[in-house]
Design a protein around this ligand. Sequence first.
Ligand code: MG
Length: 356
Amino acid sequence: MQLVAITANSRWRELEAQTREFEPRWAVVSDESLRNTAQIATSVNSRTEWLWGAEHIESVASHDEVDTVIAAIVGAAGLRGTWAAIESGKRVGIANKETLVVAGPLVMDLAARSGAELLPVDSEHCAVFQALQAGRRQDVKRIVLTASGGPFRGRTTAQLADVTVAQALDHPTWNMGPKITVDSATMMNKALEIIEARWLFGVEADQIGVVIHPQSIIHSFVEFVDGSVIAQLSPPDMKLPIQYALTYPERVDGISPKMDWSTAVSLELEPPDLDAFPALELGFQVARSGGTSGAVLNAANEVAVERFLSGQLRFLDIPRACRAILNQHEFDPSPSLDDLLRQDQWAREETLRWKS
Ligand code: MG
């Protein structure tokens, strides 16, 4: 494999180190304001051309030299680059769930027209994708997404009222960025994954279930009509889903940790608490209604999480704000991409103003 292009928003130092190691043709920094302040040691590697500005993400993602794109930009900011990769018929490893949450039907339709191959990198969806290979699509009864339950598993609503930012950022099994870690604590992450699964696998909202599995070893499973359940298991580590998207349909040894069956392993599974984690119900609601609701929920959540992290909102305000904005918005059942981006902007402004 050869790395053709690599992108970052502002962390040019990390990008420079990776560029030195992998010598891609292009390195893109989307925050153009850094062009004059970043000290890139271009002499270290003359093969790489540095590009400044978000528009270059789209140009490298759709370039002829590229055949596989891993779309891993966090949040709605990743939408345009992923869109460009799908439009130009690439294999796209989708690590950015927002693309499908915001624009699921449009993205799936675009992929069908361009011939792009969409491979999930989200660990749950990668598991479902693998489990689905055990049977025929018409024999699938439901898809069940597992959830670690986050740091607050087992707490009641009352016990969640005074959660601090530090507590919310302390995840028991996965080491991720602050936005996704908070999403995991509110279980909004699972809500977004319900919506992602709805579009990616073309199943109805009532064919999707969620089960709490604190060990994060069973990454999700598929139930077939005869009652057989096919699951995918591996130690919690994102290297495996990333690798699978890159090598599919082949499997290679790779560097991900493997299960050790020489020691005892306990796997617990329990139903989620929908009262303590109301974000989950928002996920089902949006998966049922579709249209503009995914874009609105996602945008409202991004802003609500930022406001929680900066101390302006309390933990339980996050799903509350999302529900309020979702219920206020002007629903459109079949929006264009521009409509979605407009609704995204509207939802951000409203959530910024929202008071508990
Ligand atoms: Mg996931």
